[in-house]
Design a protein around this ligand. Structure first.
Ligand code: KIV
Length: 274
């Protein structure tokens, strides 16, 4: 009999980078999906604030609250996944001050049983990362296209393009990456970053980079589960690969059910009690 594979931990992330082993990550928001993704052997499950868009139906990630993040974390961690569970810090749960940031990060671990937290920002948020890490709460950074900054960026746009298109942006992104690593983050998400810059950052940083729309040279990759399964109607960015059309599969099943109930083909004797 094969023993259960060991739990994935924060220090494993560093070991995987050192060994050149790609880190696989997906988002999860509830119990049944967590059971499935974990049984496939995914390394990291992020309870992302993307739940605001793919689960709650908002246009941006801004409205999701701390209470809602904790609730979804509980649904995920109740599945006792082998994967490392990271809880996302929602908009304004960490920007307004270090004390509130520590308290909210602590809630994700204490109430939601997360094993690490993620927050967006670089140089501007390094002080907060350092303070949270000092409380022994592991932090995953997130730089580049940071969805909580959608209004400053004027939309969900690739960041750090070559000089001329966004003057100084590459240098700023390199500074952000170094600031996050120096502040003690154990990994950093690079979102919407040109692949050559993502490669440079991945080679320069001692911590693993997890890419989303950042090309193949990152130490790992993350995508939103609803996007890879074809569950969303929303605009699909270039970096998303849709592995299955689950909307189509679900529609087919539901249409068949409606049809069978209407025609009397369901339920039959086999589905009934005598
Ligand atoms: O909220 C989220 O799902 C994320 C990932 C896509 C990186 O931040």
């Amino acid at each position: 009999m094969q023993a259960n594979p060991p739990k994935v931990t924060v220090p494993d992330m560093q070991r995987m980078k050192a060994a050149g082993q790609k880190i696989t990550a997906l988002t999860a928001y509830d119990y049944p999906f967590t059971r499935i993704l974990d049984s496939c052997g995914i390394d990291v499950l992020l309870v992302g604030d993307s739940l605001a868009t793919v689960v709650q139906g908002f246009d941006t990630t801004l409205p999701v609250t701390m209470d809602e993040m904790v609730y979804h974390l509980k649904l995920v961690t109740r599945a006792r996944p082998r994967a490392l569970v990271v809880g996302d810090m929602p908009f304004l749960s960490y920007q307004a001050g270090v004390c509130a940031a520590i308290a909210n990060a602590g809630r994700l671990l204490k109430e939601g049983s997360a094993e690490a937290i993620k927050l967006e920002g670089g140089v501007n948020i390094a002080r907060v990362i350092k303070a949270i890490v000092n409380m022994d709460i592991p932090v995953m950074g997130h730089i580049g296209l940071t969805p909580q900054s959608v209004h400053r960026m004027g939309g969900f746009k690739v960041q750090g393009k070559k000089a001329g298109r966004q003057p100084g942006a590459r240098e700023r992104l390199l500074d952000d990456a170094c600031a996050v690593a120096d502040a003690g983050a154990f990994a950093v998400v690079l979102e919407g970053v040109p692949m050559d810059l993502a490669q440079e950052i991945s080679e320069k940083l001692p911590i693993p980079t997890i890419g989303i729309g950042a090309g193949p040279h990152c130490d790992g990759q993350i995508l939103v589960i609803h996007d890879i399964l074809g569950l969303t109607e929303r605009f699909s960015p270039k970096f998303v690969k849709r592995y299955v059309d689950l909307r189509g599969v679900i529609s087919q099943a539901v249409n068949a059910y409606i049809d069978e109930v209407r025609t009397g083909a369901f339920p039959l004797d086999a589905h009934s009690f005598h």
